[in-house]
Write a protein of this length. Sequence first.
Lengths: 131, 380
Amino acid sequence: MTALFDDPVTAPFWDAAQEQRLIFQRCAHCRSAQLYPRALCRRCHRRDIEWEEASGSGTLYSVTVVHVAVSDTIATPHAVGIVELEEGPRILAPVTPIDVTIGSRMVLRWLLPPEGAPIAAFEQLETGSHS
Amino acid sequence: MKNDVFIVGAAETPLGEVKDHSEFSMLALAADEALGEAGLSLSDVDGLLVNYMGEQGTVQVSEYLGIAPRYCDSTDLGGAAFEAFVHHAQLALQAGECDVALIGFASRQRSKRQRSSLPPPIDSSSLTAQFQTPAGLPLPIGHYALIAARHMHEYGTTREQLAHVAVAAREWATRNPKAWEREPLTVDDVLGSRPICEPLHRLDCCLVTDGGGAIVLTRGDRAEDATKPAVRILGAAEAVSHWHITELDDLTTSPGAASARRAFERAGIGPQDVDVLQPYDSFTITVLIALEDLGFCKKGEGGPFVAEGVLAPGGELPSMTSGGGLSYNHPGALGVQLLIESVRQLRGEAEDRQVPDAQIAVAHGVGGMMSTASTVVLSR
């Protein structure tokens, strides 16, 4: 597998992403979860952290509809949200539909651009209830 | 007291669209003018604190000005750096590490068309490039939009309430001949402006102009030559929180809660004692959250609070009295100009926008993606 980024600490995350698996770190000591990989736990600062795979379910914590063009590959307007995974950590992601509201149940759908890294995007769960 | 620290000079650079100067020459003019107010000259400066003046900014600015400061600080706290510099300069002056400190900044971001909503990351393997850029969020506005959306969700804050912040800033700007935007503005104008990152629309956002300024600080024992009333530093503090928006646990609370608590503690006063406030108004939501975090109203009550018109001329809490970043000037980092306007209000030289008998002023810087905050409490 080709390395997507020159970052040895995050390499396991991107290896998993290329298999369309979303993984995160959990501290073996204090059990807190963190999404972007680090050398230590951001809560208790211990180093015994483990990888865990996310179910792909979460809740929309906040969302904005973006009306300015940001790249050639993303059509504008588009929605970007913070999804709180059911395991705890939050992820910034493209979200659909564009009128999705805070509190919606969300499910992971990988976007696979022709080049570069897979993007973890989230879609509103159709049967979802609002909290 | 002899060891107290005072602002003894304050001056803006040329503002608006600056075609006949560079950033360094703008800063030099402002520094010279501010030092003139202080009865001092560039050769007296032995402490230099600048941000965004290029790589190793204190070194480049020292060379340009022909000075050799023994105390240098380029701590990058974004737009909040300059209020933090007041804190750092205060400590350095009191410790005798320097006797005359110069804080400065200048930018030609408008003339140079430097503003970009999504600048490509310099390091293509940075954490930001890996975990934030691919989602397609323009910065910094995207972060503030997510913050505003969450505040609206949790507390029922409305776009109309946010619009009152922009309207208050414009009311002040109509009284400031140096303000970039001076036409009257209504809540409906703000609501009807084009969306950028919902819920934030064009008129919820600060200007893009050229500008900057300089501030001179010294101890009481060196303040005698000042030609204008010296302004005392009562308390100053800074705080930082997150860089990536996913790492800020509570989107509705900024690091300003911590910086303000510490600054007020040091000053020995509270928000009820403040006569005039200069909050960093990068976006309308930035002000709303600052008002809550500084203790002017309770968390979640910022919306109804601003809708009462408290920030506008004649209101209980005159704020953004220059017209702020929303209507007066925003050169990418407003922190120095928040201090300059505070000084002018406390000296009683703010002319048509003078807050009567202003004794206590607060300048509150916010930087990054609401990542940093610094609070300075000042008195006449």
